[in-house]
Design a protein around this ligand. Structure first.
Ligand SMILES: Cc1cc2nc3c(=O)[nH]c(=O)nc-3n(C[C@H](O)[C@H](O)[C@H](O)COP(=O)(O)OP(=O)(O)OC[C@H]3O[C@@H](n4cnc5c(N)ncnc54)[C@H](O)[C@@H]3O)c2cc1C
Ligand code: SF4
Length: 468
């Protein structure tokens, strides 16, 4: 009751926008323990209901408060293979459902999580722990994002031989080639992968399953398969001028920047650079925010982010009470670095000159309920405007996993949204094939992918043990 919430905060803006280092800072150990002491041990904690991996939050807060680093890490890691990653980039639904948040500010659960793992690494508490016994069963995990790696970790720990097959040149999925380095330093992923390799997990990169390995080879070679291929089909904007030079999918820009930071050579022709350009980011979500932060670091002249939906409120509405996720305005570190954010705007067309983007026509929209109570969007007459833009990023989400290739070859069933259809055990319509993460849920969050990987691993393990 005497300690207030204290966040570590971001590095100063005037410093961080000149590099791609992580923006978030950390508290000293004494202050961190004080923050953990704010957890009230409230009797019926909702935080672990809010946390998709069911983290036993009050227990490890208490261990942090008592200074027992080993116990804190052990409890934290017992429900999550990557607390060092969720501790950095999880939107922390746990904090939104923290009981303290009813009248006060929530416990800094996410930051405490990150600090707990970092201290455990620093104190050499975290060591490779290979399984004592091997079952002889072989599992292929296709895709090395958080869903695939979470499933791979648990299956390896259960004693199965696990091979992770990844079409990119490096392991990590969107954590590697999507989420910018200023949110997640890639050494954090490599550190954990090093442990996995010591524990006997095999990684094969530059392997596009369905092209480099056929369906038949896959099913003969492995006793079970986990599809963890993500939802890579971006939502397009089919308006006039879409093909102009300067209009890109957000992922093409973000992926390239991550490769650049990793030291890969990008040719002049290929390079998508925001330097000295007016940038328009279309889509108000997290991917869009990452385009904002990346454009600012590339020294864009101006950055505008537009969203077709109305601006969310600052506070919860009555129909969106605690402990649910609040549908309120979110402002990221990138937004604070200097961008204009606008809402209720639709993109009419891209305007070019000599094949290059020069301007974009926008129109204001309004949202009203129709006679069936459904929200309907209408353009507001005479609100068209044309703005000067030299680079536009489409970051309007992802529609579904890519069907062409492996998924079509396997012949798995899809749900009405085009995601791979699974049952409660994450099993697809084909017996020895399971699926986890964005590939079956649709584009979501790292923490959901980790949880999906856990569920798939448990059921693959049961499946393999029942088919000795
Ligand atoms: C720009 C961006 C920023 C984000 N920021 C956050 C954030 O801050 N916090 C958060 O919680 N979530 C964030 N997300 C969402 C999060 O990254 C995803 O929900 C999560 O990574 C999904 O995990 P996954 O394992 O299902 O798939 P992915 O991470 O997409 O991994 C799928 C992998 O499968 C590989 N693959 C696909 N097909 C094949 C094939 N045929 N053969 C071999 N390999 C294949 C792909 O190359 C990829 O590496 C962000 C997403 C984006 C795009
Ligand atoms: S994984 Fe996310 S929701 Fe769960 S405890 Fe960590 S920050 Fe909270």
């Amino acid at each position: 009751m005497t300690v207030t919430r204290e966040e570590a905060g971001y590095r100063p803006k005037k410093e961080r926008i000149y590099d791609f280092g992580e923006v978030e800072q950390t508290l000293n150990e004494k202050d961190r323990r004080l923050q953990a002491s704010r957890c009230m041990d409230c009797g019926i904690p909702f935080c672990h209901w809010g946390c998709p991996v069911g983290s036993k939050i009050p227990e490890w807060q208490d261990a942090v408060y008592r200074g027992n680093k080993e116990e804190a890490y052990y409890i934290l890691h017992s429900t999550n293979s990557f607390p060092e990653i969720t501790g950095r980039i999880c939107p922390a639904p746990c904090e939104k459902s923290c009981v303290l948040a009813i009248h006060e500010e929530a416990v800094t659960i996410r930051e405490n999580e990150c600090a707990t793992v970092e201290q455990a690494f620093d104190s050499e508490i975290i060591k490779a722990n290979p399984p004592k016994k091997r079952t002889g069963k072989k599992v292929a995990v296709i895709g090395s994002g958080p869903a695939g790696l979470s499933a791979a970790d648990l299956l390896n720990r259960a004693g199965h031989w696990v091979t992770v097959l990844e079409k990119n040149d490096a392991v990590g999925g969107l954590m590697r080639y999507g989420i910018p380095d200023f949110k997640l330093n890639k050494n954090v992923i490599d550190r954990r992968l090093g442990l996995f390799a010591e524990e006997g997990m095999e990684f094969r990169t530059n392997v596009n399953v369905g092209v480099d390995i056929s369906k038949e080879e896959l099913l003969i070679e492995y006793d079970a398969v986990v599809l963890a291929m993500g939802a890579e089909q971006p939502r397009n904007l089919s308006v006039e001028g879409r093909d102009l030079d300067g209009v890109h999918f957000a992922m093409d820009f973000l992926r390239q920047q991550n490769k650049f930071v990793a030291g890969q050579v990008i040719s002049e022709e290929e390079r998508i650079s925001a330097k000295h350009k007016n940038v328009l980011v279309i889509g108000g979500g997290d991917t869009g925010s990452d385009c904002v932060g990346t454009s600012i670091r590339q020294k864009a002249s101006s950055v505008t982010q537009i969203e077709i939906l109305p601006k969310p409120g600052e506070k919860r509405e009555d129909n969106n009470p605690w402990p649910y996720w609040p549908n309120t305005l979110r402002t990221s570190s990138s937004h604070k670095e200097g961008c204009e954010r606008r809402w209720n705007l639709s993109t009419k067309r891209f305007i070019g000159e000599n094949g290059k983007l020069k301007q974009v026509e926008l129109v204001q929209v309004e949202w009203n309920k129709d006679e069936n109570g459904r929200w309907a969007m209408n353009e507001v007459p005479e609100t068209n405007e044309i703005i000067d833009v030299y680079l536009a990023f489409l970051s309007m989400g992802f529609t579904q996993p890519v069907h062409v290739g492996l998924l079509e070859q396997l012949g798995v069933n899809f749900d009405p949204r085009g995601n791979v259809k699974v049952d409660g055990k994450k099993q697809t319509s084909i017996e020895k094939i399971f699926a986890a993460g964005d590939v079956e849920k649709g584009a979501s969050l790292v923490v959901h992918a980790i949880q999906a990987g856990k569920v798939a691993a448990k059921n693959v393990d049961d499946f393999l043990r029942n088919h000795e």
